[in-house]
Design a protein around this ligand. Sequence first.
Ligand SMILES: Cc1cc2nc3c(=O)[nH]c(=O)nc-3n(C[C@H](O)[C@H](O)[C@H](O)COP(=O)(O)OP(=O)(O)OC[C@H]3O[C@@H](n4cnc5c(N)ncnc54)[C@H](O)[C@@H]3O)c2cc1C
Length: 460
Amino acid sequence: MKKENTVDRRRFLMAVGTGALGTRTRSASRHGVLKIRKEATIPYEPDVLVVGGGPAGIGAALGAAGKGADTLLIEHHAFFGGVAAWCLGMPINQMRPGSKARSKVHELVIERLLSYGDQAVRVGQHQLWCNVDYLKVAVLDALDQVGCKYLVHTRAIDAVVDGGRITGVVVATKRGPAVIRAKAVVDCTGDADVAYYAGAETMKETGSLSPITLCLNLTNVTREEVRKANMAEIAREARAKYPLIPKGWGLGKVSNSSGFYINHAGTRDMGQFDATDPVQRTQAECQSRRQVLQMALAMREFGGEELGAIELIGTGTQVGVRETRRVRGPYVLTEQDALSGRKFGDVIAWRSGFLDIGFVRLSKMKIHDVPYRAILPEKLEGLLMAGRCISATHVAASAGKSMGNCVATGHAAGLAAALSAKKGCLPRELKVSQLQDALRADGVDLTRGGQSQDELINTG
Ligand SMILES: Cc1cc2nc3c(=O)[nH]c(=O)nc-3n(C[C@H](O)[C@H](O)[C@H](O)COP(=O)(O)OP(=O)(O)OC[C@H]3O[C@@H](n4cnc5c(N)ncnc54)[C@H](O)[C@@H]3O)c2cc1C
């Protein structure tokens, strides 16, 4: 056993030293530990590489591939959807604000969902209530429809940077690390992983990060029983026995089914957890699993006639993370921009809904623009970002977190990546007017900034 280890180590060192097993990345050579394996080679070298398949990544992939760019979407989990999928049926907000189509990309996802009938989705005034298993397949259908390539179980673990420009991403596969090169990369990881690995400046509100929540699904209860139950009272009575439970929570209906989901305050009263820190992340995941069981037990034991028979039938694939790193761009969106409904000449998307630091603060805001400068890193070239890691302050980030807004910034970033790859220029060199024309051609109304939205309800 010992001998085998020695041989393996010698082979490993030789391979790293001579490059016999392939290229070393910028970071790999810096740390001298990561080797890229030839047998892990991925048979794609796309124009546009989208990393992370949550709402932003779906928007970016559909936007770029829909424009005809050779596009690859990679995702760490086994399916696409990100928080939309692992939060188990909560509303995907701001997909059709005021019941008006927002873009070709938003509509493509809605169409594919509707094709599966009313078990798959219920469309509200601005939101979709989905059965997430239909959502996962509807996203695959949409990606296939625009000819986007995709890989699941493929996690970005490093970046390749040449002369201040990102030219590829190192991914972990079951065959070991591999490099995927691309003309433009869109970081839709939520946590700004790619930007961080590539050395772009990121911001993080250490000490005030929004709570983390593991969502859950329940059944064997009716809408009427849910309406009658006093959840705050149940939580108060149950807390001595079940100390991890939040101070109260609501049950929402999953699509048109008989099941319910719960989105709740999660870790808010347990302290601060940074989901990019391996130790704190583990604590948050494990405490949240205990918390969810305690919530189910609390309802069964203290929920009386209404909730006494309730059954826990599922929990999220992982915790839902509301906030970690954000990338600093040439412009940083502010709370004031959201409250005043600020407009920008280089508008590429707009954000609607509420300024909502989940279960901490909820304020009204106006529809406001996102400038192109907020989806580009300040210095690094070749990279765009979308979704919850765009350039915004802690509070302003919460003003754009509704998933329909993340799809919108993704759509813009994907189109920008596709256009710059086609023109052979850097995303930063792209004429914003050309990007705006492409967005209009995809059905985006870039004049909505500044509008009030008193007619819109629901948060997220
Ligand atoms: C608990 C909770 C409740 C919420 N409630 C609502 C609501 O009711 N309605 C609403 O509209 N919004 C809600 N939001 C906000 C919304 O879900 C998020 O703002 C939105 O999902 C962010 O989209 P994203 O694509 O930027 O990131 P995410 O949804 O986090 O997706 C990121 C994706 O990237 C993948 N990924 C991450 N790192 C890597 C990597 N290194 N390599 C490869 N893949 C990677 C992840 O697996 C994931 O699929 C809620 C958020 C949370 C956490």
